[in-house]
Write a protein that binds this ligand. Structure first.
Ligand SMILES: *Cc1c(COP(=O)(O)O)cnc(C)c1O
Length: 212
């Protein structure tokens, strides 16, 4: 099936409140353009250099989401155009986003990444750290923390994935001002939606397997 057919197929099954981020990391401009021409506008990338290059070349009404780990010293490159930063995992990073957003006269939407998996390689903060930041969110005038993001463990154990997503949903639901819960990828997005996700990040199911 083509990229546009894959997107249509996923969208047809999604509850109305669930937003689809097409994860286009490593994909060519041509493939992204194909998705764009079928009407899709939200794309996710995980490398600063790649997202900047694609932003410059592809249509300007694309909403670019930074979904990967972001280093503070690279925020300045994406601050002028980024639509949503999913993986804010420290206060230091949040401060830098706030500073660069202000320099660009923007308010940048962000999600706090919570560590929910058993793998210690995956980035993210604890519930306690996120609570501390959310208590002081007014301090960051040019940042809008609109939700949370998390990645479940890479496992076939559906119950474990469910538990991890339930854990994240539970934190999310304690903060009534948050409205975006980014959880679910190609392998686990149906479980994520059952657990309350309203933003899924799908790469390989749309574009095919990545070769790395
Ligand atoms: C690559 C990536 C995805 C998409 O993964 P697929 O399994 O290809 O759908 C989602 N979220 C993040 C943070 C990623 O890095």
């Amino acid at each position: 099936m083509s990229v546009s057919e894959n997107i249509q197929k996923i969208k047809k099954e999604l509850p109305i409140e669930v937003e689809l981020v097409a994860v286009s990391k490593t994909q060519t401009h041509l493939k992204i353009k194909e998705a764009y021409d079928s009407g899709h506008r939200i794309f996710g990338e995980n490398k600063v250099q790649e997202i900047v290059e694609k932003y410059e070349i592809l249509p300007k009404d694309i909403k670019w989401h930074m979904i990967g780990h972001l280093q503070s010293n690279k925020v300045k490159y994406i601050a002028p155009f980024i639509d949503l930063i999913h993986a804010v995992d420290s206060e230091k990073l949040l401060k830098e986003i706030d500073k660069r957003a202000q320099q660009n006269n923007r308010i940048i939407d962000c999600l706090l990444q919570i560590h929910i998996s058993t793998e210690n390689t995956k980035f993210g903060m604890s519930e306690n750290e996120s609570n501390q930041i959310l208590l002081r969110k007014e301090q960051f005038k040019n940042v809008n923390i609109k939700g949370l993001m998390g990645m479940a463990s890479f496992t076939n154990n559906i119950n474990q994935i469910k538990e991890e997503f339930d854990f994240l949903y539970n934190i999310f639901s304690k903060h009534c001002f948050l409205n975006t819960l980014s959880m679910g990828m190609s392998g686990d997005y149906k479980i994520a939606i059952d657990c309350g996700s309203n933003m899924i990040r799908i790469g390989s199911t749309i574009f095919g397997a990545r070769n790395y």
